[in-house]
Design a binder for this molecule. Sequence first.
Ligand code: NAI
Length: 318
Amino acid sequence: MSELRFDGRVVIVSGAGGGLGKAYSLFFAARGAKVVVNDLGSGLKGEGSSAAAADLVVAEIKKAGGEAVADYHNVLEGDKIVETAVNAFGRVDVVINNAGILRDKSFKSMTDKDWDDVFNVHLQGSYQITKAAWPIMRKQKFGRVIMTSSAAGIYGNFGQANYSAAKQALVGFSNSLAYEGHKYNIHVNAIAPLAASRMTETVMPQEILNALKPEFIAPVVGYLAHESTAQTGGLLEVGAGTITAHRWEGTAGVVFKADQSFTPTAVKARFDEICNFDGPVTYPTSIKDNDWVGKLEEARALATNAQGGDDELRFDGR
Ligand code: NAI
C-alpha cells in the first residue's frame, strides 16, 4: 500500500512545541504537509510563555526539508492561529486540537481558576481554532478535525475533575461537529492518547514511559487527518501502538408503567435488572437510536408496576 501523504495540505497543530504536538508536526511535515506549529510555550500548568518551543520544532522541520511556520498565540485566540495559516499558506485543511495543561487537585482544593484555566485551554481553545477554521473547510468542502480527549475524560480520574470534564466535553463537541460537517466532507474525531511527555513523566515508571513514545500516536492521527478516511464521530484510545475504538453500550433496560405505582421503590426493586449488562445490550450510535415510541407502547400495555405503590422511599431530615 502506498504511503498516505499530505502534499498541498495545510495542517494546524496546537500545542506543538513539545510532546505529542511536536511528534504530529514532524510526522505531517515529513509527509508533505505545510504545518502551522502553534505553541504558547507555557509550563505544564499553563504558566509563562516562550517562542522557543515552536521555533525549535519549525527549525527541525525546515532542516529536514519540510515546510512550517511558527505561531505563538494562545489557543484562546484561535482566529489568529488560523490567520497565521492563511497568511503563510493560503488555506487550512486539518486542525489538530492538542494544546493542553494540567491543574490536578482534589475537588475540595480546586479553585475557580484551576477549573477555568483548564477549561479554557482544552475546550474553549479547541472551540476557538475550530470555529475560525470551520467556514474555510465548509467552503472548500474538505476538512479534518481531531479533538484530544483523554482516558480521564472517558472514565473520570481522581484529582482531575476539571481536566476530565473538559476532556469529556470535547467528545460531545466532536460528535456534534461530525454531524454538521458531514455534508461538507469535514470529518471530526476524538482521540484519547497515552504517551510519555512532561504530562506523564512524573506519574509513570520509566520502563512504561519507554514504550509510550508520542511518535506511536502519530499514525492514527495521520490516518484520521487523511483525505482517504471515512471515519467521523469516532472516539479512539491510543497508546504504545494499540488503538481501540469506543462506543456506548446500553442495557435492554426496564419499561415501567408510568402511573402512581412508578415510585422510587419500584425502581429500587428492579435496579439490578436496569443495570444488567449480561443480558441483551444495545449499542446506540445516535440520539435517534433509542426507540421511545416502542417503549411507550410497551409501557401502555403493562398492568401496574409490581412493588411500586406499597412502600415509599422517604427523605425526612435530608
Ligand atoms: P505537553 O505538555 O508536552 O504538550 C502540551 C503543549 O501545549 C505544550 O507545549 C504547551 O506549551 C502547549 N500549550 C499549553 N497551553 C497552551 C495555550 N493556551 N495555547 C497554545 N499552546 C498551549 O503534553 P502532551 O502530553 O503532549 O499533551 C498533548 C495533549 O494530549 C493534551 O491535550 C493532553 O491533555 C492530551 N493527553 C495527553 C496524554 C498523555 O499521556 N501524554 C494523556 C491524555 C491526553
